[in-house]
Write a protein that binds this ligand. Structure first.
Ligand SMILES: NC(=O)c1ccc[n+]([C@@H]2O[C@H](COP(=O)([O-])OP(=O)(O)OC[C@H]3O[C@@H](n4cnc5c(N)ncnc54)[C@H](O)[C@@H]3O)[C@@H](O)[C@H]2O)c1
Length: 248
């Protein structure tokens, strides 16, 4: 028995990193978990096997968050298979870092298209179903750099500040329909995304983080689980920083 028994969740970008950990965490509490990724290769099979081992159903859907029609097809597939969708986690995201003087138009556009428009696409696509059901939980994965900014990440920090704007706006639009919309803002988490950091960047970060360590993906998944669960029944429009005290 888990706190999400019979619930149906969809996680974007679930084949690896934080999304994978979120998918496994929701499954371990009894939710059936569908997940998307832009490419489904060996990693997706492994995630599916790990989810099934928890005694719940799973579906992997190849889908690019940049496309509204692909988002709508994904939601339709999930609803056809499971009849409802209770939890949407907008997790897919990328970085393309550069100082603004060197940042190309493509670096700006690609980050905005995936991180910001991708979140809009899936919120929009899921909204009809969730409004009809008169219940749902949306958890958007933002970032603390969307709150505090970060040199070299004008595209990424703008996209994540935008995700926070989407979160607060949809929380207001959907509150009367029993749909809660919240965001988790991770600090620095040990995934492929942060393996690109140079040793110097890593050391500077450790010095800035009061807890003096990088987080595990599971530490983010735990907070997503809380927001997706009945334990967070009176919380909406909030951004929870999970960052070892970096932003206070
Ligand atoms: N790692 C960190 O330190 C950190 C910090 C703050 C926020 N975040 C956020 O957490 C989320 C997950 O990051 P991660 O560290 O696990 O990254 P990751 O690169 O390990 O995983 C991201 C996943 O998203 C998928 N993806 C990329 N583009 C896609 C697209 N167009 N459509 C569908 N899927 C796509 C990738 O294939 C991958 O599976 C992102 O939104 C990221 O911005 C990460």
């Amino acid at each position: 028995m888990g706190i999400l028994d019979t619930k149906v969740a969809l996680v974007t970008g679930g084949a690896r990193g934080i999304g994978r950990e979120i998918a496994l965490k929701l499954a371990s509490e009894g939710a059936h978990v569908a997940f998307t990724d832009i490419r489904l290769e060996g990693a997706a099979d492994e995630v599916m096997n790990l989810i099934r081992a928890k005694g719940v159903r799973t579906t992997a859907i190849q889908s690019d968050v940049r496309s509204l029609s692909e988002a709508q097809n994904t939601i339709d597939t999930v609803v056809k298979e499971y009849q409802h969708i209770d939890i949407l986690v907008n997790n897919a995201g990328i970085t393309r870092d550069n100082l603004i003087m060197r940042m190309s138009e493509d670096e700006w556009d690609s980050v905005i298209a995936i991180n910001l428009k991708g979140t809009f696409n899936f919120c929009k696509a899921a909204s009809r179903q969730m409004l009809g059901q008169r219940q749902g939980k949306i958890v958007n994965i933002a970032s603390i750099v969307g709150v505090m900014g970060n040199a070299g990440q004008v595209n990424y920090s703008a996209s994540k500040a935008g995700v926070i704007g989407i979160t607060k706006t949809l929380a207001k639009e959907f509150a009367s329909r029993n749909i809660q919309v919240n965001a988790v803002a991770p600090g620095f988490i040990d995934t492929e995304m942060t393996q690109k950091l140079t040793p110097q960047q890593r050391e500077a970060l450790m010095n800035a983080i009061p807890m003096k360590r990088i987080a595990t993906p599971e530490e983010i998944a735990n907070v997503v689980l809380f927001l997706a669960s009945p334990a967070a029944s009176y919380i909406t429009g909030q951004v929870i920083n999970v960052d070892g005290g970096l932003v206070m």
